[in-house]
Design a protein around this ligand. Structure first.
Ligand code: ATP
Ligand code: MG
Length: 419
């Protein structure tokens, strides 16, 4: 074959789309109840936006961005995640002037030049949410609870909600020094990237995926021991509020996020069924980011979930089904009648297919089966003459005789559909 999708990209074909739409519809319903409104942002942004927010020493910026020059010589990047673009828009459109909390959600593709493997793609889709303007840990608990409701509403079970606090501008310097002291003694055991990170941003060493680095950093000081009073109170209150909302969670002091902008709350939702790519969703607080983008100091918190990791966790009961009715015409006159009735039934909201020309009953029944039609009706000479047809249910094989009248078709098909 001559042309193929690029490595790490995939076509999503109709049989799978039903599951995608189920996830999106469930998320939209729950976002609405929590007051989150949709925002659609460009896929392409100025490269600085990502460097500035995600951080120069992060894996995303160092290795994973699709960055190129446009025809005007500007450096542009396909968005690797949603929060940076969102905060750019939040500041650009002065959304902070609206009453807090301002709450938004987005759905769409992200791009990272990673090594493709199971559940890890170069173009992948996220559904994300951002809530702005409130520092109260109840908002943290609420957004995590909303995420739990979305994931359960979609039908996922057995997920772990892991959380930690990674401190703020106030307590991070002391932690960074403690980490540097610890890592300094064993620096030669780390990869060259980490040796460079040691000088620039030692926290990033905790996120390195190289096996030698994972071993060498064992026993490093836990960030939770270095939280200032404010961060500690915030974290304790978050856990308390999650208990109140009955969201099961565990504290994972080793949780690190790959992006520099996080402060205080960080969390991840994992599933053991996914193997090594087990993060289904992740997020955290970013109280300094709006400020960094030139807006007024504004706290924020958000999450993003990965569609390609949710889909394989769904049960197969949500697989594709076919039209509500397939009409098999047995002669030319019947084909014309089928053509008309199909159109009328469609205007009434039913999914109807038919053959454009008459063909043998056997071949038409084979086609009805292949497209998983729920019901079949035959239009032949006798049926047209008597204006009487038999609607056959392909699932339970029951048959109902009705007059050849659209309203009667609707009555029967709706009854079958609601079973
Ligand atoms: P990981 O540790 O798996 O690389 P991450 O920390 O880079 O994840 P985030 O930036 O937090 O991921 O993105 C949020 C979610 O987006 C992840 O939990 C995951 O479900 C999904 N995701 C991230 N990168 C990819 C990818 N390359 N392919 C598919 N899904 C992804
Ligand atoms: Mg990653």
């Amino acid at each position: 074959m001559k042309y193929k999708t690029l490595k790490g990209l995939q076509d999503i074909l109709p049989p799978e789309i039903r599951a995608w739409q189920h996830i999106e519809a469930t998320a939209r319903d729950i976002f609405r109840a929590y007051g989150y409104q949709e925002i659609r942002l460009p896929i392409l942004e100025s490269t600085d936006i990502f460097i500035r927010s995600i951080g120069e020493t992060s894996d995303i910026v160092e290795k994973e961005m699709y960055t190129f020059q446009d025809k005007g010589g500007r450096s542009v990047t396909l968005r690797p995640e949603g929060t940076a673009s969102f905060v750019r828009a939040y500041v650009e459109h002065h959304l902070h002037n609206n009453p807090a909390p301002q709450k938004f959600y987005y759905m769409g593709p992200m791009f990272r030049y990673e090594r493709p493997q199971a559940y890890r793609y170069r173009q992948f889709y996220q559904i994300g949410a951002e809530a702005m303007g409130i520092e109260d840990p109840r908002l943290d608990a609420e957004i995590i609870s909303m995420l739990a409701r979305i994931l359960h509403g979609i039908g996922l079970e057995g997920l772990n909600f892991e959380l930690t606090s990674i401190g703020c501008k106030g307590c991070r310097p002391a932690y960074r020094e403690a980490l540097r002291d610890f890592l300094g003694d064993r620096l030669s055991s780390f990869c060259s990237d980490c040796q460079r990170r040691y000088e620039l941003n030692p926290l990033r060493i905790l996120d390195c995926k190289v096996p030698e680095c994972i071993t060498a950093r064992k026993g490093s000081p836990p960030v939770l021991h270095y939280l200032c009073a404010e961060c500690k109170t915030h974290f304790d209150s978050l856990k308390h509020n999650l208990d109140l909302l009955k969201v099961p969670h565990t504290v994972n002091p080793n949780l690190v996020r790959g992006l520099d902008y996080y402060t205080k709350t960080a969390f991840e939702v994992t599933s053991e069924s996914l193997g090594s790519q087990k993060a289904v969703a992740a997020g955290g607080r970013y109280d300094g980011l709006v400020d960094e983008f030139g807006g007024p100091p504004t706290p924020g918190i958000g999450f993003a979930m990965g569609m390609e990791r949710i889909i394989p966790l769904l049960k197969s009961s949500d697989t594709a089904s076919g039209p509500e009715l397939f009409i098999c015409p047995l002669n030319q006159e019947a084909a014309e009648k089928a053509f008309l009735i199909a159109e009328e039934l469609r205007t009434r909201g039913l999914w109807v297919e038919s053959n454009y020309e008459s063909a043998s009953l056997k071949s038409q029944m084979r086609k009805a089966n292949r497209i998983s039609a729920e019901n079949v009706v035959v239009f032949g000479g006798d049926e047209l003459k008597n204006k009487q047809v038999v609607i056959k249910n392909m699932i339970d094989k029951s048959e109902v005789s009705v007059n050849l009248v659209v309203d009667e078709f609707i009555k029967i098909l709706r009854k079958i559909g609601s079973r």
